[in-house]
Write a new protein. Structure first.
Length: 135
């Protein structure tokens, strides 16, 4: 039985709602992303100080999807189509390019614990390929 006092995060719902509101009001929707958050897939050539600003307006992206886990879409960087994925917890803010005051800033979320690899563990040695005769 689940705990009746736990709820899902509001962040993905707020992101979708603000994005839709900005688009409905002909404002250009942007997100500020913590590019160092685990799972973020963005072009590192455009990351500054560990962050990247992404234009997520309908005229700038294709195949936009925003679910409870993350934002995904395709955008052009330097003329090259690039697949982007941003976990919702990596979004620092969503705002309108036109005035920077329409939007919302989100509190930071600690990434899930990922243990450091044990330096005493040797990586498994690759097995040489084997051939067998098939008749």
């Amino acid at each position: 039985m689940s705990n009746p006092f736990t709820t899902t995060s509001k962040r993905p719902y707020l992101l979708r709602a603000i994005h839709e509101w900005l688009c409905d009001n002909d404002l250009t929707s942007h997100v500020l992303v913590d590019a160092e958050y685990p799972g973020v897939d963005v072009p590192w050539d455009f990351v500054e100080n560990g962050q990247i600003v992404l234009n997520i307006s309908p005229t700038a992206v294709s195949n936009f999807s925003a679910d409870n886990e993350g934002l995904s879409f395709s955008a052009r960087f330097g003329g090259v189509p690039t697949g982007i994925y941003v976990p919702v917890n990596a979004v620092v803010a969503i705002f309108a390019r036109e005035n920077n005051s329409e939007g919302m800033v989100f509190p930071p979320v600690e990434p899930p614990f990922q243990p450091d690899p044990d330096p005493n563990d040797d990586p498994p040695s690759p097995q040489p390929p084997t051939l067998r005769v098939v008749k």
